[in-house]
Write a protein that binds this ligand. Sequence first.
Ligand code: FRU
Length: 327
Amino acid sequence: REGEKKFVVGVSHSSINDSWRKAMVLDMQVKASEYPGLTLQIKDAGEDNDTQIKQIREFIKQRVDLVIISANESEPVTTAAVEAFRAGIPTIIIDRKIYSEEYTTFIGADNYEIGRAAGLFINSLLKKEKTTIVEVWGREGSSSARDRHNGFSDALIHNDNVILKTVYGRWHSKETKENIAALGLFDDIDIVYAHNDVMALAAREAIMEIDPLAVKRIKFIGIDALPGKGKGIEAVSNGYLTASFVYPTGGTTAIKVAWQILNGQPVSKQYALTSALIDKENAGTLYLQTEQLADYQEQIEKQRNNLEEMLSEYRFLQNSVGLILLL
Ligand code: FRU
């Protein structure tokens, strides 16, 4: 529309290769379509710190109106995020933290508290005799993995009857499966606590392939609780997982807050998103409810893609007409 102010928001993602991050992108795109004149430029760092740093610096050079950053690893990405803020670009940090206070707003759920809630939940499952727990870590350099570990470790009862083993899954299914399989024997394992549902389900799959009987006994606990087929809520409702914790993407809030900043409205330094325990009590109902939501989301995504295609055809035509008129 004529005379309308245009804003470019650069979104720097650690990666867009898993369902939680895809959901975040979709939430952002859907919300952004509400605001005329707002364009999202999305960059995927493919889980590489150097790529992410480079991409943030490109946004700074380009002088985007605002940046949203979800850091792959907190330490290395901090410098580039601070550079953006110091360059006068409003900077929203989402999901994973950076190690500095130099940003405009942080949006995310409290991973330490989620880890603590998982620890308390696991305490209630401890047996009188020995209980062996396997903790499957997300990428160690990411604040979400560290906080989920620290909260869990602080809440967990540590005594001679609790044996803790560590497996590194780096958020991924493949690495988790390999490293769980490498444990060899599963007779003694009682509980698997994974930093996300993808890894909790991968651990289950790996054990299923080697020792299906053990799977019946072991309790698998994850984090994310996404709606939709094959995701966390369904996995809890069909008993694959004993519990999961909702980890909201914050995508919608990020765009809403971005719009406020761009329009000169005051915003908070922090937006704390809430989590919730999903267990067999609430998973079934929630699954049914969210199934429809997931359907809607899919439809919105399809329509959005159609619209984008139409728009780019329209722009092409517009340019061609312009060219013809020039000639
Ligand atoms: C995806 C993801 C989610 C997780 C989040 C934490 O990369 O691993 O599954 O909840 O990142 O930052």
